[in-house]
Design a protein around this ligand. Sequence first.
Ligand code: ATP
Ligand code: FE2
Length: 332
Amino acid sequence: TFILGIEGTAWNLSAAIVTETEIIAEVTETYKPIAGGIHPREAAQHHAKYAASVIKRLFAEAKEKGVEPSDLDGITFSQGPGLGPCLRTVATAARMLSISLGVPLIGVNHCIAHIEIGIWRTPATDPVVLYVSGANSQVISYMGGRYRVFGETLDIGLGNALDKFARGANLPHPGGPKIEAYAKDAKKYIHLPYVVKGMDLSFSGLSTAASEALKKAPLEDVCFSYQETAFAMVVEVAERALAHTGKKEVLLAGGVGANTRLREMLNDMCEARGAKFYVPEKRFMGDNGTMIAYTGLLMYKSGNTLSLEDSRVNPSYRTDDVKVTWIREEAM
Ligand code: ATP
Ligand code: FE2
C-alpha cells in the first residue's frame, strides 16, 4: 500500500509517501516568522506558495525509488487540530490530488499521528503518551477503542508557553531550545508556580511568573527553574496515568520532546516504576508528513476514508473524538 500524506497544521508544510514498512520520500518546507510568533494567515500563505513545489519534489524523490503517482492508493492530510487558514490550504491541496489521481481521501487527527508514528518507530505497543508540542499538551492512552485524554493543559500548550516567555526575554523563536541551552548554565533554583489541577495542567501563570522573575534573577536561573517546574508537572500527570492504567510503557511525542532534561526526568520516573521509556528519532517528534501518511495508511487499511463532503477541516479536532478503526498491536 502506498499513501501520500500532507501535514500543515502550523509552521511546517511537509509531505511524505509511505508503505507499511518504509518511508519512500519526505519533503518539508518550514515557515519562519520574520518577527514574533506564528501568524496564521502568513503561515497559510507560505503553505499555499510551496504546496505545488513540495508535491513535485516528493514525486521526483519517489520516482528515484521506482514509485509513481499512479501507484498511490490514497491521499491523507491533517484535518485538525491546528490553525484554520493553514488547515484549509492543506486540505485543498489534498482534495485536488485525490480527485486528479482518482484515489480516496483520508482525514487524520494530528495528535493521533504524533502517537502512531511513535508506536511505529519505537518498540512501544501500548504506551501512556506524553504529547507536548507548541499548541498541545496532553497525557493520552488507548482504552476501549479510543485514545483517551487522561490530562491536558487548561490554557496554553507547553511549547507555546516556553516560546512566549522566550519572546519576552528577547530570545529568537522557537524559544524552547534556547531556554534549554540557558538552563544548563544556571546556578540556582527559583520558586515558580506549580499548577496541577486533578490531572490537568496550566502553564500561563508559570510563564507570567517566569517573565516577572527576570526582573530580579539571571536568565539562566529562570530558564532552569521554568524547565524544572513545568517538566515536573507533566511528569507527575504521566506518572499518575501510568498508575491508573496499569500500563508499562511511556512514549514521548511532540516538539518539546526534543528537550534532554524532560527526557531525563521521564526516564527517571519510568525506571522508578519499572516502566519502559520510549522516544522516537528527533525527526519524527516535531510535525512531519510521514506521521500523517503513516496514520492515513492505518486508517485506509481499515476502510476509514472520507467523502469530499466530510473533508472539512476541524481546528479544534480532539484526540478522543476519533474512533480508532485500525488494528493496533495491542489488539493483535
Ligand atoms: P502541534 O501542532 O502538535 O501543537 P507544533 O506545530 O507547535 O505542534 P512541534 O514541532 O510539535 O510543532 O513543537 C514545536 C514546539 O517545540 C515549539 O514550541 C518549540 O519551542 C518546542 N521545542 C523544540 N525544541 C525544544 C527543546 N529542546 N526544548 C523545549 N521545547 C522545544
Ligand atoms: Fe504537532
